[in-house]
Ligand binder design. Structure first.
Ligand SMILES: Cc1cc2nc3c(=O)[nH]c(=O)nc-3n(C[C@H](O)[C@H](O)[C@H](O)COP(=O)(O)OP(=O)(O)OC[C@H]3O[C@@H](n4cnc5c(N)ncnc54)[C@H](O)[C@@H]3O)c2cc1C
Ligand SMILES: *[C@@H]1O[C@H](CO)[C@@H](O)[C@H](O)[C@H]1NC(C)=O
Ligand SMILES: *[C@@H]1O[C@H](CO)[C@@H](O)[C@H](O)[C@H]1NC(C)=O
Ligand SMILES: *[C@@H]1O[C@H](CO)[C@@H](O)[C@H](O)[C@H]1NC(C)=O
Ligand SMILES: *[C@@H]1O[C@H](CO)[C@@H](O)[C@H](O)[C@H]1NC(C)=O
Ligand SMILES: *[C@@H]1O[C@H](CO)[C@@H](O)[C@H](O)[C@H]1NC(C)=O
Ligand SMILES: *[C@@H]1O[C@H](CO)[C@@H](O)[C@H](O)[C@H]1NC(C)=O
Length: 507
């Protein structure tokens, strides 16, 4: 009650302040960049500008910035950051592959979007076996490059996803249980800091920044290059099965997932993930079970429980490679609402999540005005080995190295058409998330960690990494960005909690 009153009392003052400052914030943003000699400043009305707006995966991110600025190299990124920080008060956002559906994470309505569209290359040093990837590289191209060289590399499962965002949030790939997250394979980040200087962050130089960027997101600097380990690879044996969702097939997959995640035999070479998805074209929920062996072993023992589930509607098994499997797509052109919850590997919570998804589908069938909606309840096993793998490689900021229990990461997603249905869908998604969080708490299966790349903007991702990591991230921010430029002037994406930033120890 108190806070509501306070808010009402101060809001006219706040509004006045913003109204006064607005012209100062804006008029100059893009002009300053042009005057700094940056070649590709795309203004509204320009045909390429419109194409860039439309290039975001989810319509929720198709905002219209004052301009897109497309650097061609690191020097230009440095000049852009320097100009924006020294000569303007403009807000900005950073965009690589453009796959986040959280509005403002990768785009901005009044301000500048630093758009990496022209920095999408990949190169390879055969002496060190290190791949160098630019932010807007898409995984399909990366896999084609490295499959041809007979080298493995960790990235997204769907080829259109960008490298830049996925690697700063973590990155779940088929080698998760053998190698840790994709970000754990990064040996060096090239970063433009808030004052425009370019630094390398790795195990021997700026180590604290290196560790923080492995999971810390967009609040510490602009990453202009990711240097990653590649590894010997064999063809992947994969099995992809689809089932109609029913009481029997649901329960068989819930138990299969629980047992697989706890099975130590799975870890040396297997992967598995399962999802339930409502498909409007067939007005039906299906289960998709993806499993495989990264060392080419066909029908490995740990996936037998899945393979024994009868009555599949399709089954695809055989040897494959990442360039082939990453050709999979996920429908574009919707307004997407995502959230994530992590919980201990407890079949009761998996069952609850599946049940809540079934109810969401029923509710949407009743309430959707066009019937054209898609859902996912996607389960990614997160056995404790994943955190250990990260720690062995120098550590990341996610806090999952402290997980004693095997866990599961759930991605809940809903895709709808139109702003009204998005508002309605958001309520239902929030209810699903809250109910599941409460349930996992009630049965003693709660886990704090929230996966950045699946989270909704309303989720406090950085706080979920734990107090130690939060403290370190604040120190890193103060050291490399003393004014908190990336924490405060790039408002989208995940930032340190406000009470942390405004404390005497903050900015
Ligand atoms: C169809 C689809 C499939 C997916 N599959 C997977 C998967 O298999 N595994 C998985 O782990 N995740 C997956 N994801 C989630 C994915 O990891 C996130 O959406 C991720 O943010 C995408 O990266 P991007 O570069 O495309 O995103 P963007 O939206 O461009 O960026 C995401 C965030 O990172 C910040 N950022 C981007 N580049 C930089 C940079 N160079 N410097 C500083 N900050 C930067 C942005 O500001 C933004 O906040 C998938 C998403 C989609 C939509
Ligand atoms: C769009 O902007 C770019 C970059 O400033 C410029 O090169 C191009 O000519 C513009 N296109 C049109 C149609 O104005
Ligand atoms: C990089 O982007 C440009 C412009 O969109 C495109 O023409 C080119 O094929 C891309 N290159 C790679 C390696 O993806
Ligand atoms: C990847 O697999 C596809 C078919 O499965 C094959 O055509 C292609 O040559 C493979 N690529 C490499 C580089 O191994
Ligand atoms: C780490 O950074 C230093 C300083 O820039 C650089 O000399 C070194 O090559 C980097 N290490 C890696 C693995 O990139
Ligand atoms: C799956 O559902 C479809 C549509 O209801 C039905 O035609 C098909 O027979 C079902 N298949 C199985 C294996 O249950
Ligand atoms: C830029 O910021 C970094 C981190 O605060 C600092 O070490 C460096 O000296 C600064 N460079 C310049 C030119 O001010």
């Amino acid at each position: 009650m108190l806070s509501v009153t306070l808010l009402v009392a101060i809001s006219p003052f706040l509004l006045g302040t913003f109204a006064l400052q607005k012209p100062l914030h804006q008029t100059d943003c893009c002009k300053v960049l042009q005057e700094a000699g940056i070649k590709h400043v795309l203004l509204p009305g320009n045909a390429t500008y419109s194409k860039r707006v439309q290039s975001y995966w989810s319509l929720t991110s198709q905002l219209t910035p004052s301009c897109f600025v497309q650097p061609e190299n690191t020097e230009e990124v440095s000049a852009i950051v320097k100009s924006l920080v020294e000569k303007t008060k403009c807000e900005f956002s950073i965009r690589s592959g453009g796959h986040s559906s959280n509005a403002c994470a990768n785009n901005i309505e009044e301000g500048v979007t630093i758009d990496f569209g022209r920095m999408n290359g990949t190169s390879y040093d055969s002496a060190t076996k290190i791949a160098s990837i630019q932010p807007a590289a898409r995984w399909l191209r990366v896999y084609r490059t490295f499959d041809a060289l007979d080298r493995g590399i960790q990235g997204g499962g769907i080829g259109s996803v960008g490298a830049g965002g996925l690697l700063l949030g973590g990155g779940f790939a088929n080698y998760l249980y053998q190698r840790g997250l994709a970000t754990d394979d990064i040996v060096n980040f090239e970063v433009v800091l808030a004052n425009g200087s370019v630094v390398q962050a790795n195990a021997t130089s700026n180590k604290d920044l290196w560790r923080t960027l492995k999971g810390g997101g967009s609040g510490f600097g602009v990453v202009t290059r990711y240097d990653m380990e590649t590894f010997d690879r064999l063809p992947i044996w994969s099995a992809s099965r689809q089932y109609n969702s029913s009481a029997e097939t649901d329960e068989a997959h819930i138990l299969g997932l629980k047992h697989w995640t706890d099975n130590p035999d799975a870890l040396p070479s297997n992967y598995a993930y399962i999802w339930w998805t409502y498909r409007p074209a067939i007005s039906q929920t299906i289960i998709i079970a993806e499993m495989g062996d990264t060392k080419s072993q066909a029908n490995p023992p740990a996936v037998q429980e899945f393979l024994a589930i009868p009555d599949y509607i399709s089954s695809n098994t055989g040897l494959t490679n990442m360039s082939t499997s990453a050709q999979a797509t996920q429908a574009e052109g919707y307004r997407n609402i995502w959230f994530t919850v992590t919980f201990k590997n407890d079949e009761r919570v998996i069952r609850k999540a599946v049940d809540l998804h079934r109810r969401l589908v029923e509710d949407m069938k009743r309430d959707s005005s066009d019937g054209d909606f898609e859902t996912q309840a996607y389960f990614q096993p997160l056995p404790s080995i994943v955190g250990q793998r990260g720690a062995e490689k120098g550590g990341n900021t996610l806090g999952i190295d402290k997980l004693k229990d095997n866990a599961i990461v759930l991605l809940g997603s809903l895709a709808v058409n139109g702003i009204d249905q998005e508002a309605m869908g958001r309520q239902k998604m929030l209810a699903w998330r809250r109910t599941l969080e409460k349930y996992s708490d009630d049965v003693g299966a709660a886990v704090d960690y929230r996966y950045m790349n699946y989270a909704d903007a309303s989720q406090d991702v950085l706080a979920s990494y734990g107090e130690d990591n939060l403290k370190t991230m604040l120190e890193v921010s103060r050291k490399y960005d003393p004014e908190g430029v990336f924490q405060t002037r790039a408002p989208g994406g995940y930032k340190l909690p406000w009470d942390y930033r405004k404390s005497p120890a903050g900015f």
